[in-house]
Design a protein around this ligand. Structure first.
Ligand SMILES: Cc1cc2nc3c(=O)[nH]c(=O)nc-3n(C[C@H](O)[C@H](O)[C@H](O)COP(=O)(O)OP(=O)(O)OC[C@H]3O[C@@H](n4cnc5c(N)ncnc54)[C@H](O)[C@@H]3O)c2cc1C
Length: 479
């Protein structure tokens, strides 16, 4: 058991227990500071493996861990489950679910959220950012196959078996490859009328190549690997219109009932809460020590922050940056509590990795470039290493071995639809997001309204499910 705070009782509030916030909280464990972690969920989520939940390889609980459980042995850290809606900067209080939480130091680590180019696209596109998103996408994909099995109209059947993934960053590549393997291996012999291998998976990317943050040779390797899995990769292709039955690319139309959005996120509204200067993606412009200009006791880290690296470009929105920033700010607070000074934050880039299917990945660590099975082994070890908790690590590793050896994916459960009535299922696929209404299938108009009100009109700048280094036009998905 750890010791309770003794010398000082400076109050540190950390908003968000994702990669940045949780790292900060762990670093502040057993210090004299009085720490409160506030999160809208009761779990820490390992987002890099969300696509495996969305494609039935892993269960939600395999990639999430209860925050209280992680911090259970740390007496100076308490956890509050609440959604923050504002910061009272003058009174130094966090406003969350009607309560006010006072702070001496504040660390905002609320990450990013979905952003779509057209305000009404949100109802047709499905982004991958939360566990609920992943479960919903899994349901959509599996229901599309179920409905195709009993569909008599060949056009509608084709629409159901077409899957469009928008955005050729790591998340889009991982999603497209994984859907292809689901169709070609896992479901291949499960149906009697349709052949799941006839599913058509299209990956659409506006830039001239996939994975623009990687070396071009690795982008090409990834494109070829996806081709071998049966994914059609469309480069230099921007979606211009989108509705419930497909996407338009200029004059061309791709009919599909399942459109997955991996092309844009924006920062959570930390800048609005603070009235702080921000970039078009909503990221708060921070000082070299990650504090907000004019507020030396308020820090923003991770995907919600805009900081420039040594190369003069914004630091990427990835877990590595968030974790390093979380550790830095926590260490700075400990130093400040002892009246010591601390140097500015410096980011150490460890490398980039992306999986392309079940046994292939690309890896770039400085000059070292790996692909294929060797790349996948490095990818697997890195992901297991960064996961939280022994249980999750072992279950995920065992699942991967199982998936490697057999085509089966045991998590292909359709949940959240009432009973097994095909009419409910049909509405769930054909209506935009019944899932967001708790899974109950509602009439089309009702679900559309709920969806529209729950997702804000966007101003997206960043490619992929993760924030990218804004400023490079090639990395941007343009309309
Ligand atoms: C699908 C996907 C795949 C990815 N793959 C990779 C990868 O392979 N490698 C990599 O390095 N990065 C990857 N990323 C990016 C990486 O996950 C993020 O960069 C990282 O999570 C950012 O950390 P963070 O601490 O800023 O925010 P997050 O980890 O997103 O955490 C934010 C936390 O804040 C909480 N929160 C948000 N708003 C509120 C509020 N109003 N009130 C209370 N709590 C709130 C959330 O519940 C969450 O717990 C991926 C992202 C996605 C979406």
């Amino acid at each position: 058991m750890s010791q309770a705070p003794t010398e000082s009782h400076s109050r540190v509030v950390i908003v968000g227990a994702g990669f940045g916030g949780l790292t900060a909280a762990k670093r502040l464990a057993n210090t004299p500071l009085d720490v409160t972690v506030v999160d809208q969920h009761n779990y820490h989520l390992f987002q890099p493996l969300l696509y495996q939940v969305a494609t039935a390889s892993l269960s939600p609980a395999d990639i999430a861990s209860p925050i209280r459980g992680i911090l259970r042995n740390v007496d100076n850290v308490k956890v509050i489950l609440a959604k923050v809606s504002g910061i009272d900067v003058a009174r130094q209080e966090v406003v969350a679910d009607g309560r006010r939480i006072p702070f001496d130091y504040l660390i905002i680590a609320t990450g990013a959220e979905h952003a779509y180019f057209g305000s009404d696209w949100a109802q047709f596109l499905h982004g991958l950012k939360t566990i609920d998103d992943a479960i919903y996408i899994r349901r959509r994909i599996l229901l599309a196959f179920e409905l195709a099995e009993t569909e008599s109209d060949p056009d509608e059947r084709r629409r159901l078996l077409n899957f469009v993934v928008v955005g050729g960053g790591p998340t889009g590549v991982e999603m497209a490859g994984s859907i292809a393997e689901l169709a070609n291996r896992t479901l291949a012999s499960d149906f009697r009328v349709i052949d799941p291998r006839s599913a058509h998976i299209v990956l659409v990317e506006a830039a001239p190549r996939l994975l623009t943050t990687f070396d071009p040779s690795l982008s090409e390797t990834a494109r070829r690997s996806l081709g071998r899995l049966g994914v059609e990769v469309r480069l230099r292709t921007a979606v211009t219109e989108c509705d419930g039955s497909g996407v338009s690319i200029g004059l061309e139309r791709i009919e599909s009932r399942t459109i997955i959005w991996a092309a844009g996120v924006r920062a959570t509204p930390a800048a609005q809460w603070l009235g702080a200067d921000h970039d078009p993606a909503g990221r708060v412009k921070v000082e070299p020590d990650l504090s907000v200009p004019g507020h030396p006791n308020i820090f923003v880290i991770g995907d919600a922050a805009l900081m420039f690296g040594a190369n003069g470009r914004p630091m990427p929105g990835d877990a590595g940056v968030a974790k390093q920033q979380g550790k830095y700010v926590a260490t700075l607070l400990v130093a400040r509590d002892k009246s010591k000074t601390f140097p500015p934050f410096r980011y150490r880039h460890l490398g980039s990795i992306a999986a392309v299917g079940r046994k292939s990945a690309i890896v770039q660590i400085h000059w070292l470039k790996l692909s294929g099975l060797l790349g996948w082994l490095v990818w697997s070890v890195a992901h297991i290493y960064y996961m939280v908790g022994f249980r999750n690590r072992s279950i995920v590793a065992m699942n991967w071995v199982w998936n490697y050896l057999t085509p089966r994916r045991g998590m292909r459960l359709i949940t959240g639809v009432t009973g097994s009535h095909i009419e409910d299922m049909r509405r769930c696929v054909l209506s935009p997001t019944a899932a967001n209404t708790g899974g109950a299938a509602l009439p089309y108009a009702a679900t559309a309204t709920l969806e529209q009100s729950s997702r804000q009109a966007p101003q997206p700048v960043h490619v992929d499910g993760r924030m990218d280094q804004a400023g490079d036009p090639a990395n941007r998905y343009s309309q």
